[in-house]
Design a protein around this ligand. Structure first.
Ligand SMILES: [Zn+2]
Ligand SMILES: [Zn+2]
Length: 341
């Protein structure tokens, strides 16, 4: 530890500055200090982009923003549990070494003791020192380069803020996910030509399922983020548990947003687009639960004259249109809610 000593604090305590080990991507792990935050863990690059060069000199003392919950605090508050364990194990090893050295000096072996006297012979053999507990950073697959400041960081799933500049980054994730679905939609015609119509059909069906998942996942994240900000822990948890599969249906999501967040999810969506999206969501239900074959429920709900048992007709153009409506809904929801802060 001696080599890390930087001096004494104002109240006379020794202070140390211990460099953290970077992972193979040059990142270090961070953990949000907010107890209520989930999943807390993220990683940040140790390279500061030129735009934020002013922060580079005191990097270890800057304020960070949690990408998940928006908590802002000094960098030193964001150490991970394993990093703290590692530091503690180094201190423990140091203390043990000092103690062993002390004992070694105090109990020098004596070659003889005066005869007739009651004596204790003590020998001290220094044992092995406790080992330092090393840690490895977790692997996070989602790396983000902030649109606003170019800082590089990694998160689980979706992040709301850039840790360095604090800017909202949700729409960046949305664009990325939507573009992946766009590629699938574009490719399904080629796949149908090369691998057969049924493979193409399956692929476009999967793309439609992805659109519904996008709607569900993003709105769920936005809802949870806002609910945690507005309600106490218990109340927030009880509302969040009630989500279940409600966000797989337009009416479900609409109800939760209007009831708990006073936000009209479809306020800016035309009735025509809403009905169109409704139909696509019903189709998704048939694909997921009835092998893509039209059932009575679909005929009733979609109010269409189709023959039961027939294969659903899903076109790339429809899936693309559904994707665009969903993107607009999510963008609007995140825009209106962030404005209310
Ligand atoms: Zn957090
Ligand atoms: Zn940023």
């Amino acid at each position: 530890m001696k080599k890390y000593r930087t001096g004494k604090t104002e109240d006379g305590k020794d202070s140390f500055s211990i460099p953290l080990e970077k992972d193979q991507d040059g990142m270090i792990g961070r953990e949000c200090p907010n107890d209520e935050c989930q999943p807390k863990y993220f990683k940040i690059s140790t390279t500061i982009p030129d735009e934020m060069a002013s922060k580079a000199s005191e990097f270890s003392q800057i304020d960070l923003t949690c990408p998940y919950c928006g908590t802002s605090a000094n960098m030193q508050q964001f150490h991970t549990e394993s990093q703290m364990e590692w530091v503690k194990s180094m201190i423990f090893r140091d203390v043990s070494k000092t103690f062993q050295d002390m004992m070694g000096k105090a109990f020098r072996p004596t070659s003889s003791s005066p005869k007739g006297m009651f004596s204790i012979s003590v020998s001290f053999k220094p044992g092995s020192l406790p080992s330092v507990r090393h840690y490895v950073e977790e692997e996070l697959k989602r790396t983000v380069i902030c649109d606003a400041c170019s800082f590089n960081y990694a998160v689980y799933g979706i992040s709301f803020h850039c840790p360095l500049c604090g800017e909202g980054n949700l729409l960046q994730h949305l664009n990325r996910s939507a573009n992946i679905i766009r590629v699938l939609i574009e490719e399904c015609e080629r796949i149908a030509r090369e691998k057969g119509a049924d493979v193409g059909r399956q692929m476009i069906g999967n793309a439609l399922e992805d659109v519904v998942s996008l709607f569900e996942a993003f709105l769920k994240q936005i809802y949870q983020y806002e609910i945690k900000k507005r309600f106490n822990k218990e109340d927030a948890e009880s509302r969040i548990t009630k989500i279940k599969t409600n966000f797989q249906r337009l009416e479900g999501a609409e109800l939760f947003f209007s009831r708990d967040l006073a936000l009209g999810l479809f306020a800016e969506c035309s009735q025509e687009n809403k009905l169109f999206l409704q139909e696509q969501f019903l189709k998704r239900h048939v694909i997921t639960h009835n092998l893509g074959l039209i059932d009575v429920k679909y005929i009733e709900k979609a109010r269409v004259y189709e023959k039961q048992g027939n294969e659903l007709e899903i076109t790339p153009a429809d899936v693309l249109k559904a994707l665009e409506i969903v993107e607009t809904l999510i963008t609007n929801a995140s825009f209106h809610l962030s404005k209310k802060e």
